[in-house]
Design a protein around this ligand. Structure first.
Ligand code: NI
Length: 184
């Protein structure tokens, strides 16, 4: 099932999402729907709050960007109950977009290395380290389950410049190629 993508201004995007366990109802279907919704919108990642569910679940398939970022090649994973540790590393500015912030792209500063512990779709515990753009995509999705958006990292000046664009998104005054949902 393809869900409408919740956009900026909706309170679900600002909640710290809750852990789930393997009894979570129809989790397989939900994960399948998240893939469908993400691909339909040409995204490389989608977090459950972006379809209105404040739970600690996100999916990433970075394969579409492997030419530009080889570290994304074959990175297709489901992350449940993730916790991230930022590792000592240099911080880099790189351009990001987000399905919940359509029409906005900005350079965001992030550390280039992380360690993440999570459960996969079978609820097996996993601990991994990532760097480069893979670490960035994971941090971006992880932020969604922490109630954060990439615009939070921008300078006060940049935020001011984006204000009218953000207001338009919140009111649904954007023309994009996928179904979306505002706070109303
Ligand atoms: Ni996003």
């Amino acid at each position: 099932m393809i869900y409408p993508v919740v956009v900026y201004g909706h309170p679900v995007l600002r909640k710290v999402a809750k852990d789930i366990d393997s009894d979570y109802e129809k989790l397989d279907e939900l994960i399948e729907s998240m893939w469908e919704t993400m691909y339909k919108a040409d995204g490389i990642g989608l977090a459950a709050p972006q379809i209105g569910k404040p739970i600690r679940l996100f999916v990433i398939d970075g394969d579409a960007l492997k030419e530009e970022f080889p570290e994304l090649s074959g990175l297709k994973k489901v992350f449940i109950n993730a916790q991230i540790k930022l590792l000592e590393s240099k911080e880099e500015f790189l351009s990001e977009g987000c399905l919940s912030l359509p029409t906005i792209r900005e350079d965001v500063k992030r550390p280039s290395k992380i360690r993440i512990s999570y459960q996969d779709e079978n609820f097996d515990a996993v601990e991994e380290e990532y760097d480069g753009f893979a670490a960035r995509v994971i941090q971006h999705e992880y932020d969604h389950i922490e109630g954060k958006l990439f615009v939070d990292y921008l300078s006060p000046l940049k935020k001011r410049l984006l204000k009218s664009k953000l207001n338009k998104i919140a009111k649904g005054e954007v023309n994009i190629g996928y179904r979306f949902q505002t706070a109303k």
